[in-house]
Write a protein that binds this ligand. Sequence first.
Ligand code: MG
Length: 367
Amino acid sequence: MRIERIAAYQVDLPLHEGSYKWSGGKSVEVFDSTIVEVETDNGMSGYGEVCPLGPFYLPAYAEGVRAGIKELAPHLLGSDPRQLDVLNRRMDAALKGHPYVKSGIDMACWDILGQVAALPVCELLGGRCGDDFVLYRAISQESPDQMAAKVAGYRDEGYRRFQLKVGADPQLDIERIRLVSDLLEPSDKLIADANTGWLMHEAARVVRAVDDVDVYIEQPCLTYEECLSIRQRTSHPFVLDEAVNDIDMLLRGHADCAMDVVNIKISKFGGLTKARLARDLCVAMGVAMTIEDSWGGDITTAAIAHLAHSTPGDFLFTATDFNSYVTVSTAEGAPQRAAGRMSASSAPGLGVKPRADIIGPRLVDVH
Ligand code: MG
């Protein structure tokens, strides 16, 4: 089996809440997502999706996905899409870095492998763990009262894990954490995600001021070293996200005892193949994970669901259902949340079929 064509489509993903805001005044109103199609010489198609969180979150931007695929795709024509490790080595040889560009192609090839094997991707990634898995809800940065009201609403919908977007004025962030914490039951989980937004003195004030609150602290500062410094002066469970963008940083973080939980974003690592390696290392090292991506719609959510559902339940801290945040459905067969939980499709591959009327024409077409 050979890759005969690699194509990319563009979709706009507006948000039900109108916008998504986090530290440093960053916000997105409409996500620009790229759907990737890999077509084989026997007429099969696999699909992937890459959707950066705007151009100012990770070193990734939406047009960059398409430009990168245009650059990379000619090197992959003729390759066997089922041989994922060989394919990833070829991608890394042809284009240095740019993991997010490779992510959608890798996802699409897992989709093909699943269709060929007549197995859902989660079974190929290690096996289905339990009936379903737990989701968190990200709470966009607003006033403490507005954020508390959102948490109450999403709690009524069944979510039990909440990631508050903080990383702004420390006094206001302390208020956000305290107000929301008061709403929650002891079995719920609260994460204060600063998204690199605090300087060390600000982070130090916040963690000390909420010392008595049961809250996880996520990526308080910009660099790994700053985060490690805060980690060493707080007793709160600690999550790293932006600072851990490859296997080297994962191993370094583990060696330094820098995190209790790490966020595995599929496109940050470069696709399901590398995210699976990170996931398996975390299991071996005893580090719990949030499995997610930078953003996305139905296809990204399907890929997250397969990786999350094949992760042992005690290691899966939580996962994301991005397709419930956006107003557009780009594919049939995508997983849907139920009472704050989700499960991966049992159809072969990723189990999704893009809606032709939504994804429009091919913007990149290499064959
Ligand atoms: Mg985060």
